[in-house]
Design a protein around this ligand. Structure first.
Ligand SMILES: [Fe+2]
Length: 322
């Protein structure tokens, strides 16, 4: 059949792919090695956030709320519960070595810090990659009043002090603080370092009443959310950036995200994981510009760092609409 390859052909294709990936890394990322390691001065944030955190009373009174801090750090208000996802409030995307930050620098400043947050009921963690799971932020968020929801075999990475820890694996659902939280398998991986590939990695569906929210964490193109298409989804928070080689196997392009959101019946798309940490392979505005060409801009929410959405009305699922 056309397109099939034998064993040696597959190996040749695989090697070609590895060489192409190495070439892409060398071209775009090598000049930043000094910056990454914190030995060369990195430029400061180039953009200011467009908004700030809603006032606490307005946030807590909302029937539904959403806010984007940058990367995959979002906050939702549903059913009287505040959920904070993949909290990263550091200045660099990587680990701190001897008090010195490493990794990518912020290209848009944070709109708020941990001290500014309303009380957080649930911290929802998709996976332990450095830009999604920041130890310093988690240490500050670990309080008795807060429950952490984590993927399988990541508990040892979580600081002590949370009031509860709920580990969820793919296709499992738990009720947490009155919300139904279901874990879905995205197309990604969970190793924080290199060797610890046993760690889980989740996307989540949050449900409260008729409202359904998807927090996809990180994923490449996948049909894992298609089953939601019947009732649809109110808001889908999905990563639209960092998709050039070699990351194209683990992240989706804006066009792929629009296709996935359409298949899951998403009313609104909340594009995350872009214009936050400096990415030399794509222009800071490219992901959003590409998304706006393939997805109705009036159905894009919280697209820029610091933007919020507050609503009092209940969302009506597709099956209940006229
Ligand atoms: Fe990731």
């Amino acid at each position: 059949m056309a397109g099939e390859v034998d064993g040696s052909g597959a190996i040749a294709l695989g090697m070609g792919r590895i060489l192409d990936d190495a070439r892409a890394l060398a071209t775009h990322w090598r000049p930043l090695v000094g910056e990454w390691l914190g030995v060369r001065r990195a430029p400061g944030p180039v953009r200011a956030p467009v908004g700030s955190l809603p006032d606490r009373d307005a946030w807590e009174a909302a029937g539904f709320g959403a806010f984007w801090f940058g990367q995959a750090t979002t906050m939702f208000r549903m059913g009287g519960v505040t959920v904070l996802t993949d909290p990263h409030f550091g200045e660099r995307s990587g680990v701190s070595v001897g008090g010195r930050g490493t990794g990518r620098v912020r290209s848009t400043a944070l709109p708020a810090g941990i001290a500014d947050l309303p009380p957080v009921d649930v911290v929802l963690l998709s996976h332990a990659h450095m830009d999604h799971w920041e130890k310093a932020s988690l240490e500050r968020l670990a309080r008795r009043e807060t429950v952490a929801v984590i993927p399988r075999r990541t508990r040892r990475l979580l600081p002590r002090g949370f009031g509860g820890v709920v580990e969820i694996d793919w296709d499992q659902a738990r009720e947490v603080e009155g919300l139904e939280i279901l874990a879905v398998r995205p197309r990604h991986w969970g190793a924080r370092y290199v060797w610890d590939i046993h760690r889980g990695y989740n996307a989540y569906v949050l449900r409260e009443g008729s409202r359904r929210v998807v927090f996809a964490g990180d994923t490449a193109e996948t049909d894992a959310f298609d089953w939601l298409g019947g009732d649809g989804v109110d808001v889908a928070a999905m990563g639209i950036g960092n998709y050039y080689r070699p990351w194209d196997r683990v992240h989706a392009t804006p066009e792929q995200v629009a296709a996935m959101a359409a298949r899951m019946g998403a009313q609104r798309l909340m594009p995350i994981h872009h214009s936050t940490f400096r990415d030399p392979s794509e222009h800071i505005d490219e992901p959003l510009e590409r998304l706006a060409r393939v997805w109705d801009p009036s159905r894009i929410v919280c697209a820029r760092v610091g933007e919020s959405l507050l609503e009092s009305v209940e969302w009506v699922p597709a099956t209940a609409r006229d």
